[in-house]
Design a protein around this ligand. Structure first.
Ligand code: PGA
Length: 255
């Protein structure tokens, strides 16, 4: 991480876990332990837990995120939720293009780009996920795949707006598997993402954007990961469900 130029962000991704009551008790306890921390703490909770999470986090350092959104402002999209609805509910961040959504719900580079625009239009900060499969890594095309994902996710997003985005590198083979990328592997990809941002937007903008790592982040590996120059925090799945583990990861980012 590089505190001089950009924010460190620790974002928990609860996925389809925990209800409103759980969110209330988790956040009430987390609130006091994050007081005085300088990193940004985000909890991306299920839609139904958003009102309770926002209410409980009010006045604290914790921001609430959603895990998905629709790209249209409104309309006949049964079952979907727009970015404006999320913003109205007090949400500040939204995860876009998580590999589980790309794999199971038809999310594509094109919808990721549309959703990123929609999130920015609504004043939300998109957390855009990119990542390669194990096969892609084995065939040596990781950096090309990641660069292509970043470029298409950011298509037509202007330099002043891109500053509000966060990028999360999440190798698919590391998510929920316990098989974390080494700090060097993760930093190599994050550095390539920053270089791609530099080509698109120039050095100043590139160095101001937080690029996270996600995929089996735990209290054990967090210190080593966050010590790397281009890893500006984490998108944490499993370990964010346990308050003590999540707190320890926040502490690792706060060094
Ligand atoms: P994990 O999930 O930490 O459980 O591997 C990360 C993610 O899916 O964002």
């Amino acid at each position: 991480m590089n505190r001089r130029y950009r924010k460190t962000v620790i974002a928990g991704n609860w996925k389809m876990n925990k209800n409103a009551a759980d969110a209330k008790s988790f956040i009430s306890e987390l609130k006091s332990s994050v007081r005085g921390k300088w990193c940004e703490v985000v909890l991306c909770v299920p839609f139904t837990a958003i009102p309770a999470a926002v209410k409980t986090a009010k006045g604290s350092r914790i921001d609430i995120g959603a895990q998905n959104c629709h790209f249209a402002p409104e309309g006949a999209y049964t079952g979907e939720i727009s970015c404006a609805m999320l913003a109205e509910a007090g949400v500040k961040y939204v995860v876009i293009g998580h590999s589980e959504r790309r794999r199971d719900f038809g999310e594509s580079d094109r919808t990721v780009n549309l959703k990123a625009h929609a999130a920015l239009d609504a004043g939300l900060r998109p957390i855009i996920c990119v990542g390669e499969s194990a096969e892609m890594r084995e065939t040596g095309i990781t950096l090309d795949v990641i660069r292509a994902q970043v470029k298409s996710a950011l298509k037509d997003i202007t330099a002043d707006r891109v500053r509000r985005t966060v990028i999360a590198y999440e190798p698919i083979w590391a998510i929920g598997t316990g098989d974390t990328a080494t700090a060097e592997q993760a930093d190599e990809v994050n550095r390539a993402i920053r270089e791609c941002l530099r080509q698109l937007y120039g050095a100043r903008v590139a160095r101001s954007i937080s690029i996270l790592y996600g995929g089996s982040v735990t209290p054990k590996n967090a210190y080593e990961l966050f010590a790397m120059p281009d890893i500006d925090g984490g998108l944490v799945g499993g370990a964010s469900l346990d308050r003590a583990a999540f707190e320890e990861i926040i502490n690792a980012a706060d060094q």
